[in-house]
Design a protein around this ligand. Structure first.
Ligand SMILES: C[S@@+](CC[C@H](N)C(=O)[O-])C[C@H]1O[C@@H](n2cnc3c(N)ncnc32)[C@H](O)[C@@H]1O
Length: 215
């Protein structure tokens, strides 16, 4: 029997299909499940399971060892990425909200990854200069305040090794990409600077994922 929310001509709902493929390709173990469940008062705005796994696989293909994330939330994408790293690899993950960072650190420790993922509390624009000396980096994943995506993107291409990856989530900006707003202009500048410095694509994930390989 078709689900109630199926579209005309589609026997099963998109949710049913996504639940199936996520269950097959991205089954959550206890560590991912913990970081996918945000506590009361923290929004559930993680990447989706398929997006997280895609980012993990891209980092693995890139042979990533040194990774920067802007926007930790409670550590879900960071745990995905940590699973791709070469031995001895490290993620510097930046989070503005101290409460999010506290929960992320607990989730990361429970996953046995506290030696791999360092959560740094503060605004991305202020924290990035303090970690630049660890570069050049193999990948930078941008998933924080949209109005600064062009700043983060510029920093990324300036601090990636050639062949390194810049990744930017919500690149369709929730449907607002073409708006004449600060966020719209910032996100379009991000797309354009990545395209100028990288071989790139905006992968059609639910809200768009920019993937660029630095030239
Ligand atoms: C979409 S969530 C990140 C989700 C996470 N990457 C995941 O998929 O598991 C965005 C996070 O960015 C944080 N954030 C917002 N503004 C920020 C800023 N200026 N600098 C760093 N983090 C910021 C928010 O507090 C929020 O936790």
């Amino acid at each position: 029997m078709a689900d109630q929310d199926s579209r005309a001509g589609q026997r099963y709902s998109t949710k049913t299909i996504l639940d199936y493929v996520n269950g097959v390709h991205v089954p959550h173990d206890a560590d991912l499940a913990r970081a996918f469940a945000t506590p009361e008062g923290i929004p559930a705005i993680q990447v989706g399971p398929s997006d997280g796994k895609l980012i993990q696989l891209l980092l693995r293909l890139a042979g990533a060892k040194k990774v920067v994330e802007i926007g930790t939330l409670v550590g879900y994408s960071a745990i995905h990425m940590a699973r791709a790293l070469l031995a001895g690899g490290k993620i510097w993950s930046i989070e503005y909200e101290a409460r999010h960072a506290d929960v992320a650190r607990a989730n990361i420790a429970a996953a046995g990854l506290d030696g791999t993922i360092e959560v740094l509390v503060g605004a991305g624009t202020e924290v990035l200069p303090t970690i630049a000396h660890h570069g050049p980096f193999d990948a930078v994943f941008i998933d924080a305040d949209k109005v600064n995506y062009h700043v983060y993107g510029r920093w990324a291409v300036d601090h990636l090794r050639p062949g390194g990856l810049v990744l930017g989530d919500n690149a369709y900006l929730f449907g607002e990409l073409m708006e004449d707003s600060d966020r719209g202009r910032a996100m379009r500048a991000f797309h354009e600077l990545v395209a100028a410095a990288c071989d790139s694509v905006c992968a059609p994930t639910p809200d768009g994922l920019v993937v660029g390989i630095k030239r």
